[in-house]
Design a protein around this ligand. Structure first.
Ligand code: ADP
Length: 650
């Protein structure tokens, strides 16, 4: 019972197991491919980002290095010192202006200018232009303050007048160890931005507040990236507990790593007029993640600075790599798009899984074909076994039927022999009548010779007694020969028997039939030369056949006053035939068709066995018995037997 219950479940599992295996394999392959593709693509992006970062830093560094020492050089120039000593001297101003313009041009700087100790511009390379710095107060600029403190200053800011972003180098001008002014050289860094050509990787340069002031993506300029621990700026809150959501975005920091500028920070930066009135919004970062490999991954909405609607942007995934620029308090970062990573993973997965599915389909197809073949073979085997079983059963049935048939044949054979015997006994009646008839004459004669003999003895004529006795002996012999057929008849014959001489046959038949022939006043004509002809057969059986044919002929002519029967003889080297022709009504078509069948009779007291038994007797002697109508009327029965002629009588 338990087995029956568990069968369908196990069958279902077995049936489904290839699918489960396929899915498991697919999941495993997808996992492996994903990981490999991720690693490889990430490695490529990382390398590319690293190379871009290095390239950009070198180029930026080069640009800055070219101008770094220029203010110091200018601070030692007499024209400028003279100007600072005589700030109101028109001649000195002009000389300084021209000098600055020349040096500026030669060095490829954007602007060069000289500030007094109050921060007012006294001379500038752009003195002749409409946005000339002359007269402008830059005392608020940190680079001025740094120089006034006696050191070299450096600063990045949006030009107060020009609105052009630039890097400012400053240096104090000394006279007798006293600062009498500041020389400033401004370098435009926008060229590097414009020359950038990698569409998948963007360059960001941030100040110590995390404000992006150079970006290859225009809409990221003057936005903040949030806290990057390596910058180590004091104003950035480094304790996680001190986060405040950005009030303008209403968004909390995406992770403890993110930290936005506070209101205070923004107020401070705005007051410094460093980036004009830029609102300093943070980039719309929705996720920050540091991977096991140490990669910093960002997911951010690529929205323009002015758009506060998140829905209008598209989230992009990036790898962030950054390096501090030595001596410049700037951080240069590459924001590498992870699209190639996604594409690479997608391609690898698509290719790998397609290949896998094709392979799996092929394997499934061939295994299904193999299974079907096996099933087909099993079915064939089953059919074969079923057929064998049927053949066995059928053979057994046939064997049984055959045995039954054999038994029936045996029974039939016995019945046939019994019938022949019965019919023979019927003929025996006729025979005894014939014998009775035949014996009455010799008996009368014997009686006569015996009486005569006794009389002759009384008269003493003994010589005549001997003659009479001889007659009696002869008559006894004759009687014995008459009784011979009776002995033959009582014997039951089997097989072809001995050869029979037709003359002997005739005599036997005539003995049997004599009474009947005489009674009907009938005559039989026999052919000549019968004594020379021998046929295969038994005397008794052939007598039975001929007696039957002659009896039937006599019965057919029962109404005739002088019935005639003609027996004719024919022979070939192998065969001998005797034809019995009567002059009765002949055989009807029905009789012709059925005359040899048992129990076919047209006679009221007939048994219908005579001809059928005769037919079998002749058949058992390897002969033939045929019925026909004679052309001149009457029935014609032809008995054909194997010839034994020429054979001498034994
Ligand atoms: P039965 O004599 O008992 O009828 P048989 O087998 O000897 O049986 O004969 C079968 C039938 O064949 C007869 O009833 C008869 O109709 C037909 N028949 C046989 N011999 C002759 C004949 N010489 N002439 C006409 N009909 C015959």
């Amino acid at each position: 019972m338990k087995r029956t219950d568990s069968f369908p479940a196990s069958y279902a599992i077995r049936k489904r197991s290839p699918l489960i295996l396929l899915l498991l394999g697919m999941a495993l392959l997808a996992f492996t491919l994903y990981n490999t593709a991720y690693m490889q693509a990430m490695e490529r992006i990382r390398e590319q980002a690293d190379a871009n970062l290095s390239r950009y830093i070198v180029s930026l560094q080069h640009q800055l290095d070219r101008h770094r020492d220029l203010p110091r050089l200018l601070a030692s120039q007499q024209q400028l010192i003279h100007l600072l000593e005589n700030p109101g001297n028109v001649q000195s101003i002009e000389t300084a202006n021209r000098y600055l313009a020349r040096v500026n041009d030669t060095m490829g700087a954007t602007d060069s200018y000289v500030l007094g100790t109050d921060g007012i511009t006294l001379a500038a390379s752009n003195w002749g232009q409409h946005h000339s710095f002359i007269g402008n107060d830059y005392s608020f600029r940190p680079y001025f303050q740094q120089a006034m403190e006696g050191g070299a200053g450096r600063y990045f800011a949006l030009g107060n007048t020009s609105r052009v972003r630039g890097y400012f180098f400053s240096y104090p001008v000394f006279r007798s160890a006293q600062i009498i002014g500041v020389v400033v050289v401004k370098v435009d860094l926008e060229d590097i931005e414009e020359d950038w050509s990698d569409p998948l990787q963007d360059i960001l340069v941030m100040d110590e507040d995390g404000v992006i002031f150079i970006s290859t993506r225009t809409n990221w300029r003057f936005r903040t990236l949030g806290y990057l621990p390596e910058i180590g700026r004091s104003t950035l809150r480094q304790s996680y507990g001190n986060h405040e959501p950005n009030p303008r975005q209403g968004l909390p920091p995406a992770s403890p790593l993110a930290s936005w500028l506070t209101e205070m920070d923004i107020a401070r930066i705005t007051a410094s007029r460093r980036y004009g009135q830029a609102p300093l919004l943070p980039l719309d970062i929705i996720r920050r993640e540091v991977t096991e490999q140490g990669d910093l991954l960002l997911t951010l909405f690529d929205t323009p600075a002015t758009t506060s609607d998140r829905q209008s942007g598209r989230a992009g995934h990036y790898l962030l790599q950054s390096r501090l620029l030595p001596n410049a308090s700037m951080r240069v970062a590459v924001l590498a798009s992870l699209r190639p990573l996604q594409i690479s993973i997608f391609k690898t997965l698509a290719l790998g899984l397609t290949f896998y599915l094709i392979l799996a389909a092929l394997i499934l197809f061939f295994s299904a074909r193999h299974r079907m073949k096996q099933q087909h073979q099993a079915e064939l085997q089953q059919a074969h076994e079923a057929l064998e079983l049927r053949v066995k059963l059928r053979t057994r049935e046939l064997t049984d039927a055959n045995q039954r048939l054999q038994q029936e044949i045996e029974q039939h054979h016995q019945t046939q022999n019994q019938l022949i015997q019965t019919a023979k006994l019927a003929v025996l009646g006729q025979l005894s009548a014939g014998i009775n008839h035949e014996l009455s004459q010799p008996l009368t004669a014997i009686r006569h010779f015996a009486d005569n003999g006794r009389k002759l003895l009384t008269r003493g004529r003994t010589e005549r007694v001997g003659t009479n006795l001889e007659e009696i002996a002869g008559l006894a012999d004759r009687m014995a020969s008459i009784l011979q057929p009776l002995r033959e008849f009582t014997r039951q014959h089997q097989g072809p028997g001995q050869g029979v001489n037709l003359q002997h046959l005739r005599q036997g038949v005539m003995v049997i039939m004599s009474g009947q022939l005489e009674q009907q006043r009938a005559s039989i004509t026999w052919p000549e030369g019968l004594e020379k002809i021998w046929v295969a057969g038994g005397m008794g059986r052939l007598e039975q056949v001929l007696v039957n044919l002659i009896s039937n002929a006599l019965q057919a002519m029962a109404e005739q006053p002088n019935p005639r029967i003609e027996i004719t003889l024919g022979s070939s080297p192998q065969w001998v035939w005797l034809s019995v022709h009567d002059h009765g009504p002949g055989l009807s078509p029905d009789a012709l068709a059925h005359v040899f069948e048992p129990f076919y009779t047209t006679k009221p007291t007939g048994m219908g066995l005579g001809l059928s038994i005769s037919h079998r007797i002749v058949h058992s002697l390897n002969g033939r018995l045929e019925a026909a109508n004679h052309p001149q009327g009457g029935a014609l029965f032809t008995l054909t037997l194997p010839s034994l002629s020429p054979r001498e009588p034994s």
